[in-house]
Design a protein around this ligand. Sequence first.
Ligand SMILES: Nc1ncnc2c1ncn2[C@@H]1O[C@H](COP(=O)(O)OP(=O)(O)OP(=O)(O)O)[C@@H](O)[C@H]1O
Ligand SMILES: [Mg+2]
Length: 295
Amino acid sequence: MDQALGLRKRTSSRDPWDESQPLKAPYEDATVRTLSVSSGKGGVGKSNVVVNLALALDRLGKRVMILDADLGLANIDVLLGLTPTHNISHVLEGSRRVEEVLIPGPGNIRIMPASSGVQKLTQLTQEQKLLLVDLLDELEIDVDVLLIDTGAGISDTVLYFNVAAQERIVVVTPEPTSLTDAYAFIKVMFTRHGERSFRILTNGVADEKEGRSVFAKLSRVADHFLDGMSLDYLGWIPRDPSVPEAVRRQKALLEVFPGAPASRAFMDIARRLAREAPSMPKGTIQFFWKRLLQV
Ligand SMILES: Nc1ncnc2c1ncn2[C@@H]1O[C@H](COP(=O)(O)OP(=O)(O)OP(=O)(O)O)[C@@H](O)[C@H]1O
Ligand SMILES: [Mg+2]
């Protein structure tokens, strides 16, 4: 199981005298790019974005982990027809090890279900936080990208994950309420946490023109009211009947309809993400957890 998940313990790391193994700087394996996916408004396609972007990056050879931090009902596990029996709260209680909580998704994706454990993360004592970081530290997980489905709304938990992530993707649809809720989310992140950098992904749009126009509307308001705000246009995903069809089948769109327009759009966005240099130095996965837990 551990092997299937691509996990290995620190203790079994490479033999430094074995020349048949390629030499790598320690940070090459250990660094991870963390991206959160939020929206303000619910039901705009966050979880679909997380799953399909994860699979698209997987296809490009990236090692991807999803952190399902959504407390709602339409979780990643439901979208993919998975039934996790444990989540991060079991790790906190000490009844399960971290690697026992991870579940394999499509491709080589690994999913860490957090569900109810997520709320507990924000309420841990210092001692529990240190214990959790220690537990996570024991794992040497080969991950290039960690995608976090933060769920709808602007609760403390959602904000918390957005502060810890290096890059923030905000999903917006052409619906006016999606725009106002995305703006409310960005504004709270800016006023409370001084966060100025967001990447906007327009979803469920008719064409490229509509995608651009949705972005322009949000950008205009943000530029006007939030000083120093920088919204970056990540791209657009078309409204595509294959998306709800894949949801009904509880499969990732990219798996069942790889040629669908939305699948091609996910691949385009993944290629763009994979090509660019991360906006800030990548940290280790432990660094992300420590930031999240503010240890
Ligand atoms: N590009 C698209 N084209 C057509 N339908 C879409 C598209 N993206 C999402 N949907 C539909 O919207 C619904 C909601 O998607 P999803 O569950 O990913 O949203 P969410 O933002 O994660 O919701 P929640 O806030 O409840 O977690 C899905 O049932 C899906 O079929
Ligand atoms: Mg969701």
